[in-house]
Ligand binder design. Sequence first.
Ligand code: NI
Length: 140
Amino acid sequence: MAIVRVTRRLHFAAAHRLGRADWDAARNAAVFGQCANPNWHGHNYELDVTVAGPVDPETGFVFDLKRLRELVEAEVIADVDHANLNLDVPWFSGVNPTTENLVVAIWRRIAAVLPAEVQLVRLQLWETPRNYVEYTGDQA
Ligand code: NI
């Protein structure tokens, strides 16, 4: 049976500030650079969501990408788009909002609602056109 991976790209814009409350401003600036600026800044994020499954012989689809888009929009994009990641997202509160931490939180949101016929296999989260992180689930 052919197992095929399909990917949908979604976009959101969000503000954040990186840092640790238990570090002083100089140490936060040294480690996190401009992402530690006290008055926030924004990124245009791109999220590539990849699911895998067998090709349905009737439709020729692995999964309806419109349905995947709607699911990710409802579970993730609606909460993070034009939001402040430090302040506004209930399922991401109390976390230093690095791209690494965000991709793991997004994975959990999507995996929890994805129908059984497909498997979430990869997320790529782009914070800038040159920086992205990739997550394929926790390794046992
Ligand atoms: Ni930043």
